[in-house]
Design a binder for this molecule. Structure first.
Ligand SMILES: Cc1cc2nc3c(=O)[nH]c(=O)nc-3n(C[C@H](O)[C@H](O)[C@H](O)COP(=O)(O)OP(=O)(O)OC[C@H]3O[C@@H](n4cnc5c(N)ncnc54)[C@H](O)[C@@H]3O)c2cc1C
Length: 271
């Protein structure tokens, strides 16, 4: 008898750690029973019986049996996930989608541009760049959050800085004692050392930020095929079947979620 593989069958994961990073955002370290290989930029469908499935980017580097996800409480399913503790079960399918083309950063300066929860998939990019540090020239992280409280992975910045990553932070609404920048992340281009036209950029954040950052970088001389972003969309299946993430002839789940600005322009994708 021919065996049938059901692409929707999830893998059972055990939560090893559930840690609050800031109000409404938690980091989950999940252990799976078999090796799963994945790359920065890819995502998994996380699910809970009785609630549903949501696409969440992997925010760690391939560790074969352990994966990390950063989940913002946005609505029905993510609120249920936020109830989970270490020891609980979570189900996952994946990895899905196109990864970040990270070889593009070899022998170049790299600019990582993040807004809010958009730092989650880019954390995996930063970890990759640290691992390949000698192959990459200067690395600058420009990261914007609404408030200082909302900055993710604060305890990791010193490690990143120790590996010669220039970490530049900005907030929209400073609190008492905030000594960093104030304003949107696209006011920080002058902080990037070197020529933007020779560099590569990885961008993720809310759609309005992505749109502004992509346009600015292009106008500042960076070639469109070296400006890379990852797009969000409403998604149900994650594997190109349901059509929920259809965007002007492409599926965000299988053709993306990672796209270069050149592809976005050529394929006329809606940002
Ligand atoms: C490829 C991909 C990677 C993602 N990675 C992450 C991640 O690493 N961390 C994270 O916290 N979130 C991530 N998201 C967003 C996350 O999937 C949504 O927040 C989640 O699906 C909301 O589900 P819910 O049932 O909790 O909310 P719902 O109750 O369904 O909706 C709550 C609100 O969120 C909006 N919403 C629902 N789904 C999406 C969506 N896919 N994109 C944008 N808005 C949505 C709804 O319109 C509504 O306003 C990612 C989305 C995609 C497509």
């Amino acid at each position: 008898m021919r065996s049938v593989v059901n692409i929707y069958t999830p893998l059972k994961g055990k939560i090893e750690e559930a840690r609050e990073l800031c109000p409404d955002v938690k980091l989950y370290r999940v252990r799976v029973p078999k090796e799963v290989h994945y790359y920065p930029g890819q995502f998994f469908m996380l699910s809970l019986w009785g609630y549903g499935e949501v696409p969440i980017s992997v925010c760690s580097l391939d560790d074969t049996q352990t994966l990390e996800f950063t989940v913002r409480k946005a609505g029905f399913v993510t609120s249920a996930i936020h109830q989970l503790q270490a020891g609980d079960t979570i189900w996952l399918r994946g990895p899905y989608g196109r990864r970040f083309p990270l070889e593009m950063s070899y022998h170049r300066d790299v600019v990582v541009v993040a807004g809010g929860i958009g730092l989650a998939p880019l954390r995996a990019v930063i970890q990759y760049l640290l691992k390949e540090r000698r192959k990459v020239k200067r690395v600058t992280l420009l990261y914007g959050s609404r408030t200082p409280d909302g900055l993710l992975y604060r305890e990791e910045y010193d490690t990143w800085r120790a590996s010669d990553v220039k970490v530049v932070l900005t907030v929209d609404c400073p609190s008492d004692g905030w000594r960093g920048n104030v304003g949107v992340v696209t006011t920080l281009w002058h902080q990037v050392e070197g020529e933007l036209r020779e560099a590569v950029a990885y961008v993720c954040g809310p759609p309005v930020m992505i749109k502004a950052a992509l346009t600015d970088l292009f106008l500042l001389g960076m070639p469109a095929d070296r400006i890379v972003t990852t797009l969000e969309a409403h998604m149900k299946c994650g594997v190109g079947k349901c059509g929920h993430c259809y965007n002007d002839g492409r599926f965000i789940c299988t053709d993306g979620p990672v796209f270069t600005y050149k592809e976005i322009k050529e394929w006329d994708l809606t940002l």
